[in-house]
Design a protein around this ligand. Sequence first.
Ligand code: FES
Length: 322
Amino acid sequence: MMREPTLLQLAVAQVLQLTPAIRSFVLRNAEGGALPPFAPGAHLGVQVVQPGGSAGLRAYSLARPHAAGDDAYEIAVQCEPQGAGGSAWMHALAPGDALTAHAPRNDFALREGDAAPLLIAGGIGITPLLCMARALAAQGKPFDFFYATRSEASTAYLHEARALGATVVHDGGDPSRGLDLRAVLAHPQPGRHVHLCGPRGMVQAVVDTARAQDWPDDHVHFELFAGAIAQTGDAPFEVRTLRSGKTLTVPPGQSLLDVLIAAGLDPMYDCRQGDCGVCAVDVVEGVPDHRDHNLSPREKAGGKTLCTCVSRAKTPHLVLDI
Ligand code: FES
């Protein structure tokens, strides 16, 4: 469901190079005073400028839990050279630079049941899990934490994750050498919730393994980061919005939903990862490239509806009834 975002004026207070591709940013309230609170799992919607000057919106998970009176947020951004330019714009920021962001929003809340939560991170998907682990550790609560990356050199927050008790595995780019998911997910218990964020393939593998090992679906919670939604070979496409009369270009690495929001439209959305169906719109012309988990095979084959948060186009143009 659409909620009016609160816009925050922030200033870059600190930039740290965590790995060759990942930088962390501490963003302070440019207007002084405390920033809006959030719970672990929340993300910040940062307004970025893409090559050519077009505006974009990027969701970056908050890496450090909020404490009362905090006037700063911490995020980490992986530079995506094949993306639409938002992460490159972020990496060009230096201390003192200004930016605007939507206030934190949480689509990936930490569920604390009767048993210790299970946290599983892949790559830059560490940020929301690190926030959860930091919060749980600060409260002296137990949790199990697993973190898979390609190599030690590409691992953001490696030492802190280990200090928080994470089992860290490097797969060298071969998922079969990564986490032993059957072992990690061996013991489903009532009230024990899995939280995971990582690349699409890893998320699918965890969800499939959890189902095979009798975890209830409502005990497995995941979030895909922006780079996980993109696919190799994505091309730009043009969208005409029939009722609002706009013609927009959706570049690779940016969602149609974010392009609609950046253009000033007011689309409905909720999960932003193809699960809930709230963002579905009617297609008048063109062929959708469906990437959601919500529409039925029949609806996808019919091609008359599309989830704007993840899906793209197989044709150079789409006309949408919005
Ligand atoms: S916002 Fe949930 S499927 Fe798109």
